[in-house]
Design a protein around this ligand. Sequence first.
Ligand SMILES: Nc1ncnc2c1ncn2[C@@H]1O[C@H](COP(=O)(O)OP(=O)(O)OP(=O)(O)O)[C@@H](O)[C@H]1O
Ligand SMILES: [Mg+2]
Length: 341
Amino acid sequence: MTNSSKNVAELEIEDIEGVGPTTARKMKEAGISSVLELATVVADELAADLGGSKETAATFIMAAQKLLRESGVLDNEFTTADIELEKRKSLLRCSTGAKALDELLLGGIETQAITEFYGEFGSGKSQICHTLCVTAQQPVEEAGLGAGVILIDTEGTFRPERVDQIARARGLNPEEVLKRVAICKAYNSSHLELIVKSMGKYIDDFKAKMIIIDSIISLHRAEFAGRGTLADRQQRLNGIMHKLVRIAVIYNVAIIVTNQVQATPDTFFGDPTKPAGGNVIGHASTYRVYLRKAGNDRIAKIIDSPYHPYSDVRFTVNEKGVDDIEADAPKKRSAKEKDDD
Ligand SMILES: Nc1ncnc2c1ncn2[C@@H]1O[C@H](COP(=O)(O)OP(=O)(O)OP(=O)(O)O)[C@@H](O)[C@H]1O
Ligand SMILES: [Mg+2]
């Protein structure tokens, strides 16, 4: 392969089969400036940008992915299970701040995956996001990703003061931590779609290894309210989620999305709530975690995972952000243990 000797950064859009100078210029005008970015684009959008057919657009995207495979950035379409296992061992995992929650996720939040947290209001979704802004910056040896964080706030609930508090409580320099959290407030669904479309550039600009979207659904849910527009909403959410799946793999980043719940009044047994957004979000998410309040504590349960045993764990929210319950009460327990002796 002539391109296998090229470094990814050296790959030009013009290196792609069938892309001439005019197409390359149109792509650049549409904000697609690298092969990596082209490989993560959705065919419909690219067709609109180029003013061509969806088929041609899909051919370019596949050619970009082929080029990445040849240069070793993307895996070949087929690998063997032992190679897959080896690759999984090299995934980075980021601590959530609570050991119990990390154990539920078999070691923390993974790169190359989308982790979805859903639950009702006050269940701790945004608290997890604020805590991850701090823990993800810790070095890899200290269960972080050693990199910056991008947080997209769609609900106006991000509070830098809270990140400051969590960093301080964890013995870190809050100014340093705050500097490495890139915040973007998305004000409508099209804006969110645009941000996700340009994510590759932002990842490079902010040297990020974690992308948080709090929440993935609120803007689309508010704007596409009636039944008649549901199919349209689902299609657009689907576009975002598929783009995110590709970004996670190609850029080796951890993606966290939060989701709301919707009541299912026809449920007679069990919990009458399920995640909003239907199958679109669930199918694209690698891991789904359901959060519930239990007094002052929170319960997290992993749903539909390919290999996690179904179990749930408890954690709490305090000045350190997300934290283990035990950490609050070591004295009580040791006293009790003494009594037991
Ligand atoms: N500094 C703090 N110390 C202790 N607990 C806190 C602190 N800040 C927030 N909390 C707890 O977190 C709760 C809010 O949780 P959070 O904002 O994560 O909810 P959410 O799941 O994002 O809800 P929504 O769906 O409304 O966005 C508060 O009700 C409070 O119990
Ligand atoms: Mg929230």
